[in-house]
Design a protein around this ligand. Structure first.
Ligand SMILES: Nc1ncnc2c1ncn2[C@@H]1O[C@H](COP(=O)(O)OP(=O)(O)OP(=O)(O)O)[C@@H](O)[C@H]1O
Length: 299
């Protein structure tokens, strides 16, 4: 449904996207994660059709997005720095969207007043807090029923209850209308709960994209207590190792069942294999790309 093929973008001489490719399947929720400056917003602006792309570089349902109104109509986008008309209230913006989008869902707009109850729709949007402005973005966007929703740091600035509310709105639209969602976020804990697929970006490249279950089935945390000398069995690929008292924590390649089987061959006193959280996967995958957490304060 969304396809980015070998996209490169320079800002003057700086390479912000370096042959980046990305694939989002219809009806899925795809989480785009990466370090600050990795290129997430830049690739998202190409997907939203804001930045120029060549005819085969960014495709929505097989058609190029750039300067293609028919394709752009399918897509709703909330940028990191959301923009409204300077003097407009929510009601003004609603009327504006209603005029240009025939399928604007007025019943939904009224129903969502209950969800965004702390916001008076008559107030000028510029007087609202940053988090409230984000809420207005969701409120209006979901009334347009886009087939594809692209969100850049959508919950940044929202309180925990509102974050849940927004994720649940999105998930119910995926279930009910089969919409497709591409979302960039640094909140990996929350992404883990909602995403089917994850793409990890670093230094302008998409390093990997996998289903969340595949990603979590490929790397395991082993906690091991040995009787004597610690032993690593043949075939167990250790990515990271820390020791706290008698407990050895090993981050290993492979799924938990295989890791458990392999470690049992060296007869530890105790061994437990558990899947890694998305946050742990992110840190260990990027560790290989020189993105390890630098222990500056606690060497
Ligand atoms: N308009 C611009 N002019 C020059 N450089 C830019 C511009 N926009 C982005 N960049 C650079 O491109 C790189 C990628 O930026 P981008 O905003 O896509 O990163 P990001 O992954 O969204 O980061 P963050 O998580 O911090 O929001 C950064 O090094 C940034 O400084």
């Amino acid at each position: 449904m969304i396809q980015v093929n070998n996209l490169t973008k320079y800002f003057d001489k700086f390479c912000a996207l370096d042959n980046a490719s990305l694939h989002v399947q219809k009806g899925s929720i795809y989480g785009l994660v990466g370090a600050n400056g990795a290129g997430k917003s830049t690739i998202i602006r190409h997907i939203a059709g804001i930045y120029h792309s060549k005819s085969n570089e960014v495709l929505i349902d097989g058609e190029p997005i750039f300067e293609n109104l028919k394709v752009k109509e399918k897509l709703g986008y909330i940028p990191d720095d959301i923009y409204f008309f300077p003097q407009a209230s929510i009601l003004d913006m609603m009327k504006f969207y209603k005029n240009i989008y025939p399928k604007f869902d007025m019943a939904r707009f009224n129903k969502l007043k209950e969800v965004f109850e702390s916001i008076n729709p008559k107030r000028p949007i510029r007087q609202l807090s940053k988090g409230m402005q984000k809420q207005v973005g969701f409120w209006l966007l979901t009334c347009l029923h886009p087939e594809i929703i692209v969100l850049d740091e959508p919950v940044d600035g929202l309180d925990p209850v509102m974050r849940r509310q927004v994720w649940s709105l999105l998930m119910s639209d995926v279930a009910e209308y089969g919409i497709t969602v591409l979302v960039s976020s640094h909140n990996l804990r929350e992404l883990e709960d909602i995403c089917d697929y994850v793409g990890i970006m670093n230094k302008g490249k998409v390093l990997l994209e996998r289903s969340l279950s595949e990603l979590q089935g490929n790397i395991t945390k082993l906690q091991v207590v040995y009787e004597g000398e610690p032993k690593i069995p043949e075939g167990l690929e250790v990515l990271n190792r820390t020791i706290s008292g008698r407990i050895h924590t090993l981050i290993v390649k492979g799924n938990p069942a295989i890791a458990q089987k392999l470690i049992s061959t060296v007869s530890p006193v105790f061994a437990d294999a558990i899947p890694l959280s998305l946050e742990e996967i992110f840190i260990y995958e990027l560790g290989g790309e020189h993105y390890e957490v630098k222990e500056i304060l606690l060497p």
